[in-house]
Ligand binder design. Structure first.
Ligand code: NDP
Ligand code: 8X3
Length: 257
């Protein structure tokens, strides 16, 4: 499918997988709507996207947890930005890595509010327009963590299991329309993910990747997202799981000493 001139809306475009995805879509000459909370980072990604060939770029300061703000942001798009062709529901995070019975309620709230409710808020705001126009593709960021729960990560894993359920549910609910629904489920990707999980503890974050020969990069995941989006219009990629070769599943990882 040729996406030149089409509108791609990416949540969490200020860093990591979202930013890399923005740059890959830019190379196709798309028009990009880049959302996130950190406007300085969004502006940097927007500049890079222009350089890579985007036809147009708009940034949107948006916290996906705020359902009213999400609805207002989508409803308030200028007419020339309303026809969103691809939605990448990427905004997400983990907080903490500890036994469930020692977990922090505020961490659970943040993960559930962002990864599950945030994804729902954006989907609810964007998909009706796709259905009305008879065109669109929703690409959700899942995880190997949604396929298999790992110790000390129950709530994060639960949010990604929820993403899988929502991805499958949405695909059923748009059946009969031309809308496509895809989940892209990476294993270990080297981004700020672990720094965020450990609230800025760089050393603990670095340890996550230590000894892993070659974790996935954000660009590896972006490649899959763009690949799914550019299949012919009659092809729906339901779910893609990708891991580094050094990872067998959500908690089996080969580390070299
Ligand atoms: P990063 O921390 O690098 O990026 C996360 C992005 O999400 C940032 O752009 C951040 O933007 C945004 N975000 C977080 N909370 C909110 C919010 N409330 N509202 C809007 N945007 C928000 O992590 P990754 O790129 O690694 O993660 C991206 C997605 O990929 C997540 O859904 C994650 O669960 C998933 N994933 C990551 C894997 C990994 O190993 N890294 C593996 C599997 C899946 P800002 O702070 O500016 O709002
Ligand atoms: C993010 C990767 O390490 O939590 O989904 O499985 S991990």
């Amino acid at each position: 499918m040729n996406l030149q001139g089409k509108i791609v809306f990416i949540t969490g475009a200020s860093a990591g997988i979202g930013a890399a995805t923005a740059l890959k879509f830019a190379e196709l000459g798309t028009r990009l709507l880049l959302a996130g909370r950190r406007t300085d980072k969004l502006a940097e990604v927007a500049d890079a996207a222009w350089d890579r060939g985007a036809q147009a770029v708009q940034t949107i300061e948006l916290d996906v947890r705020d359902s009213a703000a999400v609805a207002a942001a989508i409803a308030g798009l200028p007419e020339e930005w309303q026809e969103i062709e691809v939605l990448v529901n990427n905004a997400g995070l983990s907080r903490g890595l500890e036994k469930l019975y020692a977990g922090k309620v505020e961490d659970w709230d943040e993960m559930i509010d962002t990864n599950v409710k945030g994804l729902l808020h954006v989907t609810r705001a964007v998909v009706p327009g796709m259905v009305e126009r008879g065109s669109g593709h929703v690409i959700n960021l899942g995880s190997t963590a949604g396929h298999m729960t790992y110790p000390n990560g129950a709530v994060y894993c639960a949010t990604k299991a929820a993403e899988r359920a929502i991805n499958d549910g949405l695909r059923m609910d748009v059946l009969g329309t031309p809308i496509r629904v895809t989940s892209v489920d990476p294993g270990m990707v080297k981004t700020d993910f672990s720094v965020v999980r450990f609230r800025g503890d760089e050393e603990r974050a670095a340890n996550v990747y230590k000894g892993v020969k070659q974790p996935l990069t954000a660009g590896d995941v972006a490649d899959v997202i763009v690949w799914a989006a550019t299949r012919p219009a009659h092809v729906n990629i339901a779910d893609v799981v990708l891991t580094p070769v050094a990872q067998a599943n959500a908690f089996m990882l080969h580390k070299e000493s």
